[in-house]
Ligand binder design. Structure first.
Ligand code: SAH
Length: 346
């Protein structure tokens, strides 16, 4: 059954018009779903009874069911959810001093095939609908409600390639960003892509205020290709051109993500080349400690080398941050919990 969370406010108006309803009903519906956060249509007491009955027959509300939850010492929580067709996805809640961030998945599995990533261990089965992504936020928001806490930030960095499911991801962002709904500010929403150039160009044309992050992981095509097959379709010069166009068009600061892999992409030469690639752009580099995945043999760069890498980039005129680790003691790497669960199922 389709979830009612699938509808942006504009599409909810259209759907309700088909039920003979005026546009203001969509705002009432949104208020029940995202402000009061009810889980049954029967509670929507200011909607006509015939409408709530029709909605109940056509739609469910919560599209995810909790199968497993792991909580790390630093309170990072990883959720394994089941969808209505039995597919499983992962979502992560992180507690930062600047607020609570939820990392959502956008696909069941992933086809991008990055060599270091656990998500690609299981090929893409399907895209998530907008509402299945919204559901991940709503499940966690409802868990936070009794403490009076809220989801402050959303990162679209879980399993899947958001720009390989572009329309649903943009619809999802519209739902959580809506002033009549959860009202999560656009600047508190970050979409991370491995670099699908035509979609970056389309995104740039949309003039959204969401943050864009790009997974780079290597400063040259030769190395990047061994880590990220997407580089063969969209090499670095095309990627950087599209990103420069995005930056100029939107006046938004870009984030480049760079996982430090021991002995692979973490030398001084790599840092210098990385700085050369990015210098002059309105962008900074987020250096990410690698969460080792048993299946592929890559290792984490040690802290000293990571700090040195950071220094070389900064000295070469590019801003960087060295991210601290979260959820180290659980299956924190993208797709790890799900991969283990699916293996146990077989
Ligand atoms: N497909 C999108 C979003 C999902 S991956 C993208 O590629 O950006 C989100 C980020 O996590 C990417 O930067 C990805 O390269 C990184 N990542 C994947 N596996 C990781 C691991 N084991 N440890 C640390 N980061 C990882």
């Amino acid at each position: 059954m389709q979830t009612i969370y699938d509808f942006s406010l504009a599409n909810a108006e259209k759907m309700l018009a088909e039920h003979g309803q005026k546009p203001y009903r969509a705002k009432q519906l949104y208020s029940w779903l995202y402000r009061k956060r009810v889980q049954s249509f029967d509670e929507m007491s200011d909607l006509p009874a015939a409408l709530t009955e029709a909605l109940r027959n056509e739609y469910c509300i919560m599209p995810v069911r909790l199968l497993d939850k792991q909580v790390a010492k630093d309170r990072t929580a990883k959720y394994l959810f089941e969808l209505s067709d039995g597919a499983t996805i992962e979502t992560v809640l992180m507690h930062f001093n600047f607020g609570k961030s939820v990392c959502v998945s956008t696909q069941v599995g992933c086809n991008m095939g990055c060599a270091f990533c656990a998500s690609g261990l299981l090929k893409k089965q399907r895209d998530l609908t907008a509402g299945e992504i919204v559901g991940q936020i709503m499940y966690i928001q409802k868990e936070l409600d009794p403490q009076g806490e809220r989801v402050d930030n959303v990162v679209v960095m879980g399993t899947g390639e958001p720009f390989d499911n572009y329309d649903n991801v943009m619809e999802f962002c519209s739902v959580i960003n809506s002033d009549h709904g959860l009202s999560i500010g656009a600047r508190h929403i970050t979409i991370s892509t491995c670099g699908i150039v035509p979609k970056i160009r389309e995104f740039a044309q949309g003039h959204y205020q969401y943050n864009l992050a790009v997974s780079l992981h290597a400063p040259d095509d030769e190395l990047r290709r061994t880590l990220m097959p997407v580089d063969r379709a969209y090499p670095l010069d095309e990627l950087m051109d599209a990103l420069k166009a995005y930056s100029e068009e939107n006046h938004r600061r870009l984030t480049f993500e760079y996982i430090l892999l021991k002995g692979v992409n973490d030398s001084d030469r790599h840092a210098e080349e990385l700085a050369d690639l990015i210098r002059g752009m309105n962008a900074y580099v987020n250096l990410i400690p690698y969460n080792a995945v048993d299946e592929n043999g890559y290792q984490t760069t040690d802290e000293r080398t990571a700090l040195r890498f950071y220094d070389v980039i900064m000295k070469n005129g590019v801003k960087a941050t060295l991210r601290s680790r979260h959820g180290d003691d659980i299956d924190a790497a993208c797709g790890q919990l799900r991969a283990r669960h699916e293996r146990n199922r077989q």
